[in-house]
Design a protein around this ligand. Structure first.
Ligand code: EPZ
Length: 420
């Protein structure tokens, strides 16, 4: 198992290119199960999560080839059972349910287990499938869905914590081959949902309103193969912009859609950082006088929960008292205890982190617990005095393509070493 050592205090300069989006690639790869014909998905980042999805597609019977960012899939024949051993490594495996139900009119997929970022039920997904006429039961840890015929319906996908991203994706993928018209109310607006809809429409699906709260899908008899390049990873882009705020001397993040990162750039500007936005690039300049702020995570286009931990790291050394309220995953604060090991002053009041900025953090051995928490610890290490040792970095490799290499391209003193 690897760990990452960060020698703090080395300013970042220069530019990096953002990789393709993990959270777009996963449902789009799953959607290739909806046709017998060849599909090619370009810009798929080299991550353990995308590798898991390739393994799942292969297990389900698809021919999958991968070459320099393009994943070619031909699912001529597919079987509809994905057991625990195949899906347990990645919660997002749940997004094969919709395509299998749409294509095979049945599916059996192991129920996702617990998650360190908090309670993550899939009740809205299952409610949606039932509305399309499917019989749904959970048995022996497996979700078993059966529908000789899927019939279009009006479904509200809004939950207690707002819309569901993968729930909206799953319903769209089940409804594209259903009889009649499906209307998804309370749909998620995330760019990854729009990217999936774009791919499905390239396959011949009839979809209107992706990117709005009301998506209308008119079922078709069959879908054909298609080629598609996934959007840039807006969370990776946001993570590097925060790295630029924490330890930068002026960095530029390239190959990004600035609109998708607006909530992050607006927030950094509110802190006092100078942000320069071009067509496909964003630059951030340092600001020693950055100020504290109040922040809350929201569904898109609000401030993303997947950037909350990174902002905690930044605000830990920002003068004044800041607060961040986590509205999507209220318990998503595994990084706080580790930041406190580095000298951060943070206390939690229910779903709100109160952060009193300190002059500097101190390098320490810290433990990664989940994808975004681990990125936050690396960012904190860039600013800290001394060496920060982040262990369990496999969490980082789930969602960041070559994070340590890209940071060292920007001048960070960072190395990946084998843990004893
Ligand atoms: C997606 O997860 C992302 N994952 C997550 O990113 C991201 O944090 C999340 O959306 C929110 O933006 C992928 O795209 C692969 P949700 P998803 O369903 O779809 C509740 C990362 O770091 N809910 O939108 O699983 C749920 O508990 C990952 O890259 C229900 O109550 O999240 C949460 O509170 C982590 N019932 C809220 O809705 C349901 O049936 C939003 O969750 C479904 C969700």
């Amino acid at each position: 198992m690897d760990k990452i050592l960060i020698h703090g205090g080395h300013p970042l300069t220069g530019s990096i290119k953002v990789s393709g989006s993990k959270n777009s690639s996963l449902p789009i790869l799953a959607a290739t199960l909806l046709t017998r014909e060849p599909c090619a998905v370009q810009g798929v980042p080299d991550l353990s999560d995308t590798n898991y999805m390739v393994q799942i597609l292969t297990y389900l019977g698809a021919q999958v080839e991968r070459a320099s960012g393009t994943v070619s899939v031909t699912a001529e024949k597919v079987q509809s059972v994905a057991p625990y051993d195949v899906v347990r490594k990645m919660r997002a495996s749940v997004c094969v349910l919709g395509p299998l139900l749409g294509r095979c009119k049945e599916a059996s997929v192991a129920l996702p287990g617990g998650c360190v970022i908090g309670d993550r039920p899939i009740d809205l997904h299952l409610k949606g499938f039932e509305a399309l006429g499917a019989a749904v039961r959970v048995e022996g840890g497996d979700i078993k869905i059966f529908a000789p015929k899927l019939k279009g319906a009006v479904i509200n996908m809004e939950g207690k914590f707002g819309p569901t991203v993968l729930g909206t994706d799953n319903l769209m993928m089940a409804a594209v081959l259903a009889d009649g018209v499906t209307v998804i109310e309370g749909a998620a607006l995330e760019p990854e949902v729009v990217d999936l809809a774009t791919f499905l429409m390239k396959m011949g699906a009839k979809i209107e309103g992706a990117g709005t709260r009301r998506i209308i899908i008119e079922g078709v008899a069959a879908l054909h193969g298609a080629e598609h390049r996934v959007i840039a990873d807006r969370i990776e882009a946001g993570t590097f912009l925060v790295a630029g705020a924490i330890a930068g001397n002026g960095i530029t993040v390239k190959q990004v859609n600035p609109e998708h990162v607006r909530a992050v750039t607006d927030t950094l500007a509110r802190c006092g950082y100078a942000i320069d936005i071009e067509d496909r690039a964003i630059s951030i300049l340092p600001n020693g006088d950055a100020t504290a702020l109040e922040l809350a995570t929201e569904p898109y286009p609000g401030f993303p929960t997947d950037m909350q931990a990174q902002m905690c790291a930044l605000l830990s050394t920002t003068k004044g008292v800041s607060s961040i309220t986590e509205n999507i995953f209220p318990q998503r604060y595994m990084h706080v205890a580790e930041l406190k090991r580095m000298g951060a002053k943070v206390h939690l009041e229910a779903a709100t982190a109160m952060i009193e900025g300190v002059d500097c953090l101190l390098g320490a051995p810290v433990m990664a617990s989940d994808l975004r928490a681990s990125a936050a610890l690396v960012l904190a290490g860039l600013k800290a005095d001394g060496v920060t040792e982040v262990s369990r970095v496999y969490h980082i490799d789930r969602g960041y393509e070559h994070l340590d290499e890209k940071l060292s391209e920007l001048g960070a003193q960072i190395e990946r070493v084998k843990a004893e």
